[in-house]
Design a protein around this ligand. Sequence first.
Ligand code: R5P
Length: 284
Amino acid sequence: MIIAGPSSQLLAGRVAAILRQDLALCEYRTFPDGESYSQVVTEPEDDVAIIQSTVTDRDIIYILQLLDICRDKKVSLVIPYFGYARQDKIFKSGEPMSARAIAYAFNPFLGPGSKVYTVNIHASSVLSHFSCRAQSLDATPLLAEKVRSLGLDDPVIISPDKGAVTMAKTAASCLGAECDYLEKTRLSGTEVSVAPKEINVSGRDVVIFDDMIATGGTMATAISLLKKQGARKVYLAAVHPVLTGNAILKLYRSGVEAVLATDTIDRGVSTVSVAPLIADALKA
Ligand code: R5P
């Protein structure tokens, strides 16, 4: 049985449809004092998959409530977008390792038969904090297929920094395209230049791949730079469209042609579904 958290109802519905599994009827409300209320109205079966991205702090509470409802069941916990994964280290003294703290909150509910799945988690080290098996699924080939459908002529795949190079390489290999990453070179004490390390993008279409777009700052800067360097059309492909505040405006003001993203977070740009990826993992 598939149990959808409030942030992943569409995706959970898609997974249930692929697997032809029951989709539990759930209700979510907020009490007048701001506390969260969850109810799984359909009696949960013995083997359940809870699907819920953690875009907001409240989404974490919903997972805890769903885990408690299913405490005597065999649980697969699917967190398509795992928030706080960027706080995977203690960067400054006095800080928490937030991603670890969240995993530790879930662990008491996860037995040895449980499994945790996420999609393109920002730092794979986070997986080691779960007490059961945990796996990050890779949505890059699905995004690359969407890029292929655009019919671009010999596009260059670019990673906006070294962190997303693996993703860019995977996408490039799916598409049979060249790939590169943006490298910062310090020219003087006050001047830096940012440019693709090897490939000249002048006159070529470019697709920038990254795991997520949050404020849009990273991508907007990359788009502007590539445009200045003569790129023809610049597309973005990101797994998690967090898109806070005016992120979409920043991207279009920078001259992006289109934004492609997945439904790990349900947004207007979520045109690629990770449901087949999650369904395959749950079937395995
Ligand atoms: C950083 O390491 C990530 O891969 C993303 O590039 C970053 O989190 C995007 O954030 P923003 O959209 O706020 O620049």
